[in-house]
Design a protein around this ligand. Structure first.
Ligand code: SF4
Length: 393
């Protein structure tokens, strides 16, 4: 299919879930909640003839409400949650490393890109303990929606359908991984991509250009600028640094933008001063670049404490489910600036300051890294060279 040319993640066929989404929307027995990934809002407008780099967050929310979703939430909320868990894991490994614990694995690798997870499970099965165990934002969202949120809404897990709008084809496969289900009921039921959402909007005769902006619902619609920048290469690690810096140094971070982590070079290196401790960070986008960094880690030659890897060019803004960019990096750069603009416009820009995240820990999860947080928000990796059998509990 077309995907082979546009999707570098190894997802060979594009699964069309839009019919199943429509069936859920018209089923009166189901409560259908939707989450939208950060990259979608920076590209969806292109499907309606808007200039690349136009942010359509409010129109997108409005369109989803018109399509009949019961609640419209934001994957960016779950991106903030990812930072809480992954940032804690980074600091925990770092502190052990600094006190001379030889068993601790550094660098830590980000784990929110399923194209990349699939890649290391198949190509580096001897290194399954190196990546962070934190689930991706899509999967954290599903796990919290079907426990905490379902309880709050007074509905049963089986009666909730979680739909995700992703820039990504590999997210469909991620949602179907058996370990992300409870008794066969998946945390994320259906994942569709940006182009498919545009088709649904057109198919429903919604005049996208005329829509007035609407706001996400709460409690899972509130996010910080740190959650937004997950869409860009370098963004996940920048978001992690904003939180990890304050937790580690106990000092306020005055400037939240880390220009050294931004850009489009395939492999980038930066050093961030953690109050005297130079934290060494590596960033790669594109799997060929990722392989180079990974081979260094495998050979014990890596100089980094933390590495961010995204399979697609530019990160998720360049995902295989986004409007076609036909290799024009100028389009990707415009989408990336739109994302940084959305971050700059946010009142709160550090994940640990998101009031709904604070509430979620207080009411439900306890502390980052707690037993319940581990049960719901962390995962494990499998040697994909062997046949994998997973039993659900
Ligand atoms: Fe999906 Fe983003 Fe990874 Fe591309 S970079 S495979 S869009 S998660």
């Amino acid at each position: 299919g077309q995907c082979v040319a546009v999707c570098p993640t190894g997802a060979l066929s594009e699964v069309d879930n839009t019919r199943k989404v429509i069936a859920a929307l018209v089923d009166p027995a189901k409560t259908v909640v939707v989450q939208t990934a950060p990259a979608v809002r920076a590209a969806l407008g292109e499907e309606f003839g808007m200039e690349p780099g136009t942010l359509v967050t409010g129109k997108m929310v409005s369109a989803l409400k018109k399509l009949g979703f019961d609640k419209v939430f934001d994957t960016d909320f779950a991106a903030d949650l990812t930072i809480m868990e992954e940032g804690t894991e980074l600091l925990d490994r770092l502190n052990k490393h600094l006190t001379g614990d030889k068993n601790v694995k550094l660098p830590i690798l980000t784990s929110c890109c399923p194209g990349w997870v699939n890649f290391f499970e198949s190509n580096f099965p001897d290194m399954l303990d190196v990546p962070s165990t934190a689930k991706s934002p899509q999967q954290m969202f599903g796990a919290i929606a079907k426990t905490y949120l379902a309880d709050k809404m007074g509905i049963k897990r089986e009666d909730m359908v979680v739909v995700s709008i992703m820039p990504c084809l590999a997210k469909k496969y991620e949602a179907s991984r058996p370990e992300f289900a409870v008794n066969g009921n998946p945390d994320v039921d259906l994942s569709i991509d940006t182009r498919e959402l545009a088709q649904m909007i057109k198919g429903a005769n919604i005049n996208f250009m005329e829509l007035t902006d609407e706001a996400f619902d709460n409690p899972m619609g509130e996010s910080t600028g740190a959650g937004v920048i997950f869409a860009n290469t370098g963004g996940v690690i920048e978001a992690a640094v904003r939180t990890a810096y304050e937790v580690h140094t106990k000092k306020k971070l005055e400037k939240v933008e880390f220009e050294a982590l931004r850009g489009f070079e395939g492999i980038r290196s930066a050093e961030v001063d953690f109050d005297g401790l130079p934290l060494k960070i590596g960033i790669a986008h594109g799997l060929g670049n990722a392989r180079k960094l990974l081979e260094d880690v495998q050979a014990g030659k890596s100089q980094y404490h933390a590495i961010e890897i995204m399979a697609c060019p530019g990160g998720c803004i360049g995902g295989g489910g986004q409007p076609y960019h036909h290799g024009h990096s100028s389009i990707l750069k415009k989408r990336a600036s739109a994302i940084y603009r959305e971050d700059a416009g946010k009142a709160i820009r550090k994940s640990h300051e998101n009031p709904f995240i604070i509430k979620l820990y207080k009411e439900f999860l306890g502390e980052p890294g707690s037993k319940l947080a581990h049960q719901l928000l962390h995962t494990q990796y499998f040697d994909k060279k062997k046949k994998v059998e997973i039993k659900n509990d």
